[in-house]
Design a protein around this ligand. Structure first.
Ligand SMILES: Cc1cc2nc3c(=O)[nH]c(=O)nc-3n(C[C@H](O)[C@H](O)[C@H](O)COP(=O)(O)OP(=O)(O)OC[C@H]3O[C@@H](n4cnc5c(N)ncnc54)[C@H](O)[C@@H]3O)c2cc1C
Length: 506
């Protein structure tokens, strides 16, 4: 008996699942989830991602059980797993969502497509985001996104299930996959139920803090939706989140802070796909400068000591080190602090974005290659189409942590340092250092470089390169291919200021 094979990867849900629904319409289905060691051996993979994925897979298994089926787990390289299964129990079609992943998953997909062609198996792929495969005209992208998110959610399928011809395998341990077992002790839990709880607490209450609350690392952990890991692993569908937010926004009265928050939130969900589209259209941007005129800018100046200090949270700039401490503990930090970390790495520390991006990919529970690599390049100034954004970590601390609560929470050594010196403790007179029990250079590090001088030199190097005629000339083609066509909606000046994150995104 032939059947359709449904391949779950970053889409651990039965709700609004186009691949499962299409397979169920066509005939009996077998639901498969594959742990692919080659993907987990990539330098952007981390144990926290693996755990989050397994938590999603466990709940998906339970949901399929309720429908009368199960999720079968196999381990191996995908083409080899398909061949094994096909030899035992031939299937006619493969069903999955499209994935815009890292280079390794792209190569894996090409190998799967080859295998399917050779075996005469039809592979049906469905978009799960508002990302368009083989996009030919960027001008039509915005309406394609809207059509995707506004379409009715796909009802939960009730397929007739078939079983694997042999017992399912067990998920390998993180050690067996060669991953470091260390994970952030306070990361978000995965799974559909945790995702729904997070969504509802945001829609019902927390969205009221969104506008005005997302920039400070103090308020952001509750003001932001915190939905990113669930979107990255498909434990929620993008469409269901957009529609739930729009519905809730429409129900709330004018003037309700949640209404304004939800509207700003939905625009982020648009940016989610806008950035992933860049990687979909240009997979090389994970590895190479989007604007090739920037090649060689930082690549040959690698400073291992700067990188090691950044990763250890020992740059000497309190806000930077506090962010690294929070990230290590929770696997999350808000947009502005991510942008600041990358800016500090790229400008005063003059570090190339690729190794910094690999480190952050492992640190971010919500690692989503399309957003991540586009943002890494944008904040490092190598896209050629964005204004240079350089964040001064001392100013950011004054603006977003004026009383020093965040810095003191994450850097206990600074708890007794008075407010006046908190963000520049290296300027503290020696007798005051002694009185508050902190020795700069011993208990806490000296800044790695002089911030002002190093930033000025970095900007000068970037601007000199940007001014070259050949670099200027290549810009138009990048705008044509990747630039946003979104027209800003009419917003009040105050709202635009609250919503400062928007100005960084193109
Ligand atoms: C250097 C850098 C790397 C980043 N890497 C990632 C990543 O790997 N994965 C990831 O999901 N986000 C990434 N972001 C974007 C952003 O910081 C996170 O999406 C956000 O902090 C997640 O928290 P949230 O879900 O509470 O966000 P919310 O503010 O509640 O936003 C809702 C959703 O909108 C999307 N979104 C929000 N901000 C952006 C943005 N600037 N660009 C694109 N989509 C956005 C995300 O899917 C997010 O879950 C990165 C930002 C920077 C500066």
């Amino acid at each position: 008996m032939s059947y359709g094979l449904v391949w779950f990867k970053r889409d651990f849900r039965v709700e609004d699942h186009a691949a499962l629904a299409a397979a169920a319409r066509a005939g009996p289905v077998l639901c498969l989830f594959v742990v692919e060691p080659a993907l987990w051996a990539q330098p952007d993979a981390a144990a926290q991602h693996y755990h989050l994925m397994l938590e999603g897979a466990r709940e998906l298994h339970a949901a399929l059980r309720r429908l009368g089926g199960r999720l079968h787990l196999l381990v191996g390289d995908m083409p080899e797993v398909l061949a094994r299964l096909h030899a035992q129990a031939p299937f006619s079609s493969l069903y999955s969502h499209e994935e815009t992943g890292n280079g390794a998953s792209y190569e894996r997909d090409r190998a799967v497509a080859r295998w399917c062609r050779e075996q005469g198996v039809r592979w049906h792929e469905f978009p799960q985001f508002g990302v368009v495969r083989r996009l030919t005209d960027r001008n039509k992208w915005q309406s394609a996104w809207e059509a995707h998110v506004a379409a009715p959610p796909i009802p939960v399928a009730k397929p007739s299930f078939v079983d694997l011809p042999w017992p399912a395998q067990r998920a390998p341990t993180v050690e067996a996959l060669g991953l470091s077992a260390q994970t952030p002790p306070r990361r978000q839990s995965g799974g559909r139920q945790a995702a729904l709880d997070c969504l509802h607490s945001f829609l019902d209450e927390r969205s009221g803090q969104y506008r005005g609350g997302i920039s400070s690392p103090l308020s952001a952990p509750t003001a932001c939706s915190r939905l990113s890991p669930y979107l990255a692993w498909g434990q929620l569908s993008l469409r269901e989140v957009v529609q739930a937010a729009r519905l809730q926004g429409a129900r709330l009265p004018e003037g309700d802070r949640r209404r304004a928050g939800l509207s700003a939130f939905v625009s982020r969900l648009y940016w989610h796909c806008h950035f992933i589209q860049k990687l979909e259209s240009e997979p090389a941007l994970e590895f190479s400068n989007l604007h090739r005129g920037y090649d060689g800018l930082r690549e040959n100046d690698w400073n291992q000591a700067h990188f090691d200090a950044l990763v250890a949270g020992r740059t000497g700039w309190p806000l930077v080190d506090a962010c690294v401490a929070m990230l290590r503990e929770t696997g999350w930090i808000n947009f502005r602090m991510r942008a600041m970390l990358v800016s500090v790495a790229a400008y005063p520390l003059w570090l190339h974005w690729r190794p910094v991006g690999l480190w952050l990919a492992r640190e971010f529970l919500d690692y989503e290659p399309g957003i991540h690599w586009s943002q890494m390049q944008m904040q490092s100034g190598t896209t050629g189409i964005n204004t240079t954004r350089v964040y001064n970590p001392i100013k950011q601390a004054r603006d977003h942590d004026p009383r020093g609560h965040f810095v003191r929470r994450w850097l206990p050594a600074l708890r007794r340092v008075p407010d006046t010196w908190l963000f520049e403790p290296w300027r503290m007179p020696a007798d005051l250092q002694a009185r508050c029990g902190v020795r700069v250079g011993e208990d806490i590090p000296q800044p790695l470089v002089d911030l002002e001088t190093a930033t000025r030199a970095a900007k000068a190097r970037l601007h000199a390169l940007r001014a070259r005629p050949e670099v200027k000339a290549a810009k138009a083609a990048i705008v044509e291919r990747h630039g946003s066509r979104k027209r800003p909606t009419k917003r009040t000046r105050k709202a635009a200021m609250d919503d400062a994150q928007m100005e960084f995104e193109f």
